[in-house]
Design a protein around this ligand. Structure first.
Ligand code: ATP
Length: 244
């Protein structure tokens, strides 16, 4: 069975606005999957329905199932979902600006009292993300956008997830940095078997990274398939790949 299964999920904001209209999707164990779509299509809302962060935004899953590792997620609060191995890297990074990268990483591990293990994990993150090692003692608020994005991903990895929900990591980054971050994501997936559900507006970069993808438009999945099939689809090329 797939690691993550969404079945007919509906999300309503403020009791009135139907932002997600019956979304079904799957992420296999150790899979790399993208959820693509334009601004406002409902991508971030789908991720929040999975991690449980909707409540803070007056959003509610009103219908459908969110099943992770065979377990119904809707009854669990966000921290409990993190403990099950489901972690969400929000759009816009959200690192602790006054802490160093190292302190940011340690802050994610309060459930690991094993200090030796935490130290090992921090070192492992610095090998995955050498740029962070170079800035280990700087305040995270002064890191570049790309470095902050790397730190946000590294901090998520400190929770030892089975699945990372990664919201728009390419946002505002130069193309070479997008490549660098996607290379790291690819390597983490290959080496550690962490599954990734990637939300992106940058369809070109995303389809190059993932195995399968879903396209969402106005809250509905309108297309899905292998990355190669989607990249070859003329409608996708016109709308999302610049007619490439
Ligand atoms: P973007 O790429 O711009 O982040 P998105 O595809 O992630 O877009 P969502 O952020 O999920 O889209 O938004 C989907 C719809 O829900 C939009 O119409 C948006 O205005 C609305 N929406 C999002 N968050 C809220 C909220 N907290 N309250 C009310 N409506 C919201």
């Amino acid at each position: 069975m797939s690691l993550l299964v969404l079945n007919n999920v509906e999300v309503v904001y403020d009791s009135v606005f139907l932002a997600v209209k019956g979304v079904s999707l799957e992420v296999p164990k150790a899979g790399l999957v993208a959820l693509l779509g334009a601004n406002g299509a409902g991508k971030s809302t789908v991720l929040k329905s999975i991690s449980g962060l909707l409540a803070a935004e007056r959003g509610l899953v009103t219908r459908g199932q969110v099943t992770f590792d065979g377990e119904d997620m809707r009854v669990l609060d966000p921290p409990a979902r993190v403990r099950r191995g489901l972690v969400h890297v929000l759009e816009g990074r959200h690192v602790f600006g006054h802490l160093t990268p190292e302190e940011n990483l340690i802050a994610a591990t309060s459930m690991h009292p094993d200090r030796a293990k935490v130290k090992r994990m921090v070192e492992e993150m610095f090998t995955h993300f050498p740029r962070l090692a170079e800035r280990a003692k700087a305040q995270a608020g002064y890191l570049s956008g790309g470095e902050q994005q790397m730190l946000a991903i590294a901090r998520a990895l400190m929770t030892e997830p089975k699945l990372i929900l990664l919201d728009e990591p390419s946002l505002g980054l130069a193309p070479f940095l997008v490549d660098e971050i996607f290379d790291i994501v690819r390597r983490i997936n290959a080496v550690s078997g962490v599954a990734i559900l990637l939300v992106e507006q940058n369809a070109v970069a995303a389809l190059d990274l993932v195995e399968t993808a879903y396209l969402i438009d106005q809250g509905r999945i309108v297309m899905s398939g292998t990355a190669a099939a989607l990249a070859a689809n003329p409608d996708i090329q016109d709308a999302y790949l610049g007619g490439a």
